[in-house]
Design a protein around this ligand. Structure first.
Ligand SMILES: O=C(O)[C@H](O)[C@@H](O)[C@H](O)[C@H](O)COP(=O)(O)O
Length: 242
C-alpha cells in the first residue's frame, strides 16, 4: 500500500486538487486497461467535485460509475446518493446509461438488494464467489464519527469479510454499502474530507493505536494506493504524515 496525505489550504483548493487526482487516475486506468471503474461517494463533500467532473472532456464511454454506498430510499429521494451524483454530474455528460450502475433500493428488502448489487458486480467484473474485484477508484468521505461509506461504528457491516456488498445500519436506518474487503481490494482509494468537524475523527483514524470498530475508517487499508485529501480545517494537524 502507498499512503499519501495532502492537506489543502481550503475547501475550494481541496476540490480542485481532488479533480486533478481523480482525472489522472481515470486516464491512467483507461491507458492501462481501456476502461475505468469508479465508485462514487455520497454525502455533501464530493458534490462540487462531481460538478467539476461534469465539465471535463473525458472518454465517458470508457468510464463505469458505481456507488460505494446508498441510503435505502427511492432514487428520486432527496437523500439519494444516486440522485445527487446524477444531478451534479452524470446527467451532464455523454456517458452511456449502461455505464451507470446504481445500487438498487427498491425491493423493500435491503439484504436482497445488497445481494443483487453484489451479483451485478460479480457479473461485471467476472469474479466468482469468494473473489473480490479490483475497482480502479473508490471515492470515500468520513463522518464526524469516523464512519466511511455506510460502515458505521459497532455495526455488523464492519465484520463482513465474505461479501462484496452488505447492509449498513445508521441509527436503525438501513443502507447498502461496499464491505471493508471490497474497498481494500481497490487499486486506488481516495478519501476527500473537509471541515473542522472531522478533526476529532481524523485524529483517531490516524492514531497509532485506536479501536477499529469505534473508528471504522481505520479498517480501510487498501493493497493499492490510499490518498487522503483534506482541507486545512480538517487536517492541519496531519500535515506531516504520509
Ligand atoms: O452516504 C453517505 O452519507 C456517505 O457515503 C458517507 O459515508 C459520507 O461520505 C460521510 O458521511 C461524509 O459526509 P459529508 O461529505 O456530508 O460530510
Amino acid at each position: 500500500m502507498t499512503k499519501v496525505v495532502e492537506v489543502l489550504a481550503n475547501r475550494e483548493e481541496l476540490i480542485a486538487r481532488s479533480l486533478l487526482v481523480v482525472c489522472s487516475q481515470i486516464q491512467a486506468a483507461i491507458a492501462e486497461r481501456g476502461i475505468c471503474t469508479i465508485a462514487a461517494a455520497g454525502g455533501s463533500t464530493p458534490e462540487p467535485l462531481y460538478k467539476l467532473l461534469s465539465a471535463q472532456d473525458l472518454p465517458w464511454d470508457k468510464i463505469h460509475v458505481f456507488w460505494g454506498d446508498e441510503r435505502y430510499v427511492p432514487s428520486d429521494h432527496q437523500d439519494s446518493n444516486q440522485k445527487m451524483a446524477r444531478l451534479a454530474w452524470l446527467d451532464k455528460v455523454n456517458i452511456p446509461p449502461s455505464n451507470i450502475h446504481p445500487m438498487p433500493t427498491g425491493s423493500g428488502d435491503p439484504a436482497a438488494d445488497a445481494l443483487a448489487y453484489q451479483t451485478q458486480l460479480q457479473d461485471f467484473f467476472q469474479v466468482s464467489e469468494g473473489e473480490f474485484p479490483a475497482i480502479d477508484i473508490i471515492l470515500l468521505g468520513i463522518g464526524d464519527d469516523a464512519h466511511t461509506a455506510s460502515l458505521f461504528p459497532h455495526t455488523a457491516a464492519l465484520q463482513v469479510r465474505d461479501a462484496l456488498v452488505t447492509v449498513g445500519n445508521k441509527d436503525g436506518q438501513p443502507r447498502i454499502t461496499f464491505t471493508v474487503p471490497l474497498i481494500n481490494h481497490a487499486r486506488c482509494v481516495i478519501f476527500i474530507v473537509a471541515g473542522a468537524s472531522k478533526k476529532p475523527a481524523l485524529a483517531q483514524i490516524f492514531a497509532p493505536v485506536a479501536d477499529d470498530l469505534t473508528y471504522p475508517s481505520r479498517l480501510i487499508q487498501p493493497s493499492g494506493e490510499l490518498l487522503w485529501l483534506l482541507d486545512a480545517a480538517a487536517g492541519e494537524e496531519l500535515q506531516s504524515l504520509g
